[in-house]
Design a protein around this ligand. Sequence first.
Ligand code: KG4
Ligand code: ZN
Length: 351
Amino acid sequence: MRILGIESSCDETAAAVVENGNHLLSSVIASSSDLHVAYGGVVPEIAARSHIEVMMPVINQALADAECTFEDIDGIAVTNGAGLGGSLLIGVMTARTLAIINNKPLYDINHVLAHVYASFINQSDVKDIKSSKMPGFPILAVVVSGGHTQLMLFKDHFDYKLLGQTQDDAIGEAFDKVAKIIGLPYPGGPNIAKLAKIGDQNAYELPIAKMEGYDFSFSGLKTAVLRLAQREAGVSLDFPSTKLSEKLSEAQKANIAASFQRVAIQTIINKAKKAFEEFNPASVVLAGGVATNAELRQQLNASLPVELICPDIKLCTDNAAMIAALGYYKAQKNQPVADPYKLAIEPSLTV
Ligand code: KG4
Ligand code: ZN
């Protein structure tokens, strides 16, 4: 069974063809991230306009790469939440139209759940390895991205429990905001990770939020970094934060990046370890854009008694392969949307 996946929840326009939920036939991603750099973050209107321009070329490329036409496609899966309203609308309207005119079942996909399904794709289709390990149930899923920080326990497909989530900023958002404070361009996460390599991670003390159960909080850490940067720069609290980085030395910036990253990673590890001890899952999956962080991967893997399953970098950040993979399991459960004319976007969709 071949599913065409379509993703447009933020600034990536993506389409992919996946066979039987694990074999990746094609994956095409067009990002408008360059257009947002000047603004220091994603501008929803610019992202939506870009989706309109590239959506059909991206889908056609994904079909061509998979050597498919719509005749070879058994269903269409599309992200309908969570995400930016204008962006989601382009993907959903395109998928609805394609499903109707080609007479294919349409599957509505929750973006956060789909991040976990990137780990079901045969990673040897993406990178040069002989075989890859599939996660076994029960799965402890750690989803860390620009919009989400969630711990979930999956007993089976579609049988899951949300253990905890961030009560304020997502971890990726914290990386992006700290990057702004120390003058690194958007997207901040990869730039913080790069600079942290030459910094001293123990240079500064920063707080780990004490949250109930499996919940997270990153806004206090972000504010603590802002105060630290102001102190190190020798400026008052009302000094414009956009000019702060000019007052910091390269060494101070690297030390701030490394100290922040250490605490952000430790926050995730503490909760994941606690959940592992309580629920004793068969496997642990790390997914989402922040899962591309090499330090996080290594340290979380080292802190668990099982080998951490983490998708290839290309499948961690937003992509449509994960949408098609989850679409396959929806198809197995025979759960298409009842009326493709009525599939709506859900910008605030939760898990
Ligand atoms: O999953 P994703 O592509 O989009 C969302 O669904 O949010 O995640 C994007 C987030 C951004 O906040 C970006 O800064 C962060 O992932 N990110 C990283 C790294 N690469 C991307 N954060 C930390 N370290 C990285 N290497
Ligand atoms: Zn995402």
